[in-house]
Design a protein around this ligand. Sequence first.
Ligand code: NAG
Ligand code: NAG
Ligand code: NAG
Ligand code: NAG
Ligand code: NAG
Length: 605
Amino acid sequence: MKFQSLAAHISLVLSLLALPLGVSAGLYGKAADLPNVSYDFIIVGGGVGGSVLANRLTENPATKVLVLEGGSSNEDAFETKVPFFVTRIPAEYTWNYTTTPQVGMYNAEIPFPRGFVLGGSSSINGMFYTRGSSDDFDRYAEVTGDPGWTWDNVQTYFKRNEKWTPPADGHDTTGQYDPSLHSTTGMTSFSLSGHHQALDPMVFQAGQELGGIFDFKLDYNDGRPLGLGWLQAAINGSQRSSAATSYLAPQYINRPNLHVLVGARVSRILKTGSGSAFQAVEYTQDVVNGPLSTFTASKEVLLAAGVIGTPQILLNSGIGDSGYLSSIGITPLVDLPSVGRNLTDQPTTGCLWNVRNDADTFDPVFQDEAVLDSAMDEWNNDGTGPLVVTPIGQVAFYRLNDTELADLGVPAGVDYAAGPNTPHLEIAIGNGFVSPTPPPGKWLTISTNLVSATSRGSVTLDTTGGLDVFRAPHIDPAFYTTEWDIKAMREAVKAAKRFVSAPVFQDYVLEALGPLATAETDEEIEAYVRGYSGTTAHPVGTASMSPRGAQWGVVDPDLKMKGGVQGVRIVDASVFPYNPSMHTMAPTYVVAERGADLIKSTWNL
Ligand SMILES: *[C@@H]1O[C@H](CO)[C@@H](O)[C@H](O)[C@H]1NC(C)=O
Ligand SMILES: *[C@@H]1O[C@H](CO)[C@@H](O)[C@H](O)[C@H]1NC(C)=O
Ligand SMILES: *[C@@H]1O[C@H](CO)[C@@H](O)[C@H](O)[C@H]1NC(C)=O
Ligand SMILES: *[C@@H]1O[C@H](CO)[C@@H](O)[C@H](O)[C@H]1NC(C)=O
Ligand SMILES: *[C@@H]1O[C@H](CO)[C@@H](O)[C@H](O)[C@H]1NC(C)=O
């Protein structure tokens, strides 16, 4: 390195000495260490929404931005880096949420993972890169009255987000995706599997044997995701590519105009001035002892605390259903009854089959210490091997046909998906028992996911024992509380059973695990679904977009808050009025990229 002058050298040395935490100059662990700066924007949450906004808004060196993240830095979060460790993410990097008792699931309270680390849930999720269908976005445009959200119009945001990357093993990917659909110039790496599984060819042979909903799909990211294809995932070579590793990479987080404070738990947004602006953010770095402090944004507060955090902060702030807020002892300041309502998630049912004992599955990685050790060596030394992939290899997305819909009692002309290009169901296939601790034996996993769920739940405050702004809220996705949801998932489990009955699996698959083995009738399969489901962790809808002037919704289509609130936008997955028919990460990147554009255009940045 060659220094231009002694002064530049000295200032570099000084800035290195002043490093607050880890290796990133822009990352702070203590508010007291932050420079005394007046911020234009304060971003609440360092997940997908917050990381993208932080990056895009600080492209202009004059714009000063502070991000408040409740969790820790991702820099030392080892398990978040190794794709195959997705099932072994430590609780330390999550919010430890569980749902309320689910009436549609025999009152089970189920784990509800959300990321508590920079990168948010993109640091802990299954990394599936699925854009959704053209209908999904066209429906957002129609429901919000803003053509800016159409599929055609958001392509530019997918491209800004995506940096297509060759897989870790460098294999020839011809015929495994459609390069013309992908961008190599964006921010976050997406890729095909970098580690061959012995199951891969069998999966596609089964598809050929069965046809129909299992017909080969070259690339489900073309707007019409129907068929069986290779999974694309947010992986860069051997490592997870999260919002933090991409949008907050060192060259961005070290911009002098961007500061990121971790371990900062936000309680409320507060009124500023005499009007209806809420440009102060109240937070603490110690939820037990306090104190609470505030930062004030001169331009806007950008809420990106996620589908659970965002409505919780709004309700704490007196923004929500006034009657509800009064009933729990919070002074209502803005009556927006949709806050925390319409929580919409996608349930998943786990189906497992025992397979031949000489099968080549990934089970030994977590069954045998020696296998894990050698896999770790491979990952460390060469960036290859079984740890470079997420455990799912292929996905099939499909629609029920008219006859099947009629059999399920769906009235003619009604479609619970967004349109004819949109799946009702998903089947995700893994070459082993997708679990941190698989039982002995060799396994095949098929998760069935209900991507067209119609059940709607809520996020409300837990006031047991009095108000506490930091107590986890009540999360009720209301799984399987509509007839469609339980019946459609029942059909998906039947499809999974049909898939493993393909001739290619005849001498491979032995028998299903648990009650699935004997569940034959509709009733038995429905009971299996209610008993063996969880969340895909794709919640949306708790601070929904709606048309300007609508009587419902929380934000206008430009993501500005309704109810006369000034100086606040919401930029996370809570703004989706419906679930996309897919894993929510890629659509959330789109909201964030377009959100950044909308903010820049308001302020001429
Ligand atoms: C921070 O800067 C402002 C002016 O920019 C000044 O008024 C204030 O006293 C400073 N605060 C501290 C703690 O230095
Ligand atoms: C979740 O639990 C882990 C382990 O107990 C803890 O380190 C972490 O701080 C918890 N997360 C939250 C948001 O409290
Ligand atoms: C992917 O990894 C390479 C090698 O470590 C790195 O240079 C590159 O910046 C990463 N790309 C992204 C998008 O994170
Ligand atoms: C829930 O969403 C629907 C649109 O899908 C809307 O019509 C309804 O008003 C919303 N309910 C609330 C309480 O926001
Ligand atoms: C609908 O799907 C079923 C398989 O579940 C199939 O037997 C039937 O032929 C299909 N009907 C039409 C009209 O495609």
